[in-house]
Design a protein around this ligand. Structure first.
Ligand code: ZN
Length: 138
C-alpha cells in the first residue's frame, strides 16, 4: 500500500483496526425452555421441567426477522461472533470520529495543510517560520 504522508497517526491506527477481517455477525441469540405438550409430561405444569435450552439466532433484515436454530456449541460460537460484530461497530464509530476531527482540522487550517503538502513535495530548502507571514494580519 502506498504511504499517504499526511494521515494522522490515530486515523491510520483505527483504519488498520477496522480492516482486520474476522468472522462476525449482527443479530442476537435467544435461549428458550419450552413445553412439549405431550400428555402427562412434567413440563406442562412445572416450569423447571421444561425442555431446553434451545438456542436460536435472529436478525432483522429489511423489516423481517430471520431465525435459525443453533445447538449449544454453535450458540457459543455465535455469541463470540456477535461480540466481534459489536466491537467492529465501536471501531467504525471511533474511525468516523477520528476522520471527522481530521476533516475539521482541514476546515480550520486549510493553509497549513496545503503548506505541509508542498513542503513534503519540495527539496531540502529550509521552511520559514509561519509567523513572518502572518505578522500583518489584524
Ligand atoms: Zn415435556
Amino acid at each position: 500500500m502506498p504511504d499517504t504522508p499526511d494521515v494522522p497517526p490515530a486515523v491510520r491506527a483505527l483504519a488498520a483496526q477496522v480492516a482486520q477481517p474476522r468472522p462476525m455477525r449482527r443479530g442476537s441469540v435467544t435461549e428458550r425452555f419450552v413445553k412439549c405438550n405431550k400428555p402427562g409430561c412434567a413440563c406442562a405444569d412445572r416450569p423447571e421441567a421444561r425442555h431446553g435450552p434451545y438456542y436460536s439466532l435472529s436478525r432483522v433484515v429489511k423489516g423481517r426477522t430471520r431465525s435459525r436454530w443453533l445447538d449449544a456449541e454453535q450458540a457459543k460460537t455465535v455469541r463470540q461472533q456477535l461480540e466481534a460484530g459489536q466491537e467492529f461497530r465501536k471501531h467504525v464509530e471511533a474511525y468516523w470520529q477520528a476522520c471527522e476531527q481530521w476533516a475539521d482540522a482541514r476546515l480550520d487550517a486549510p493553509e497549513a495543510a496545503s503548506q505541509e503538502a508542498a513542503k513534503k513535495g519540495a527539496s531540502k530548502r529550509r521552511s520559514r517560520p509561519r509567523s513572518s507571514r502572518r505578522s500583518n494580519r489584524s
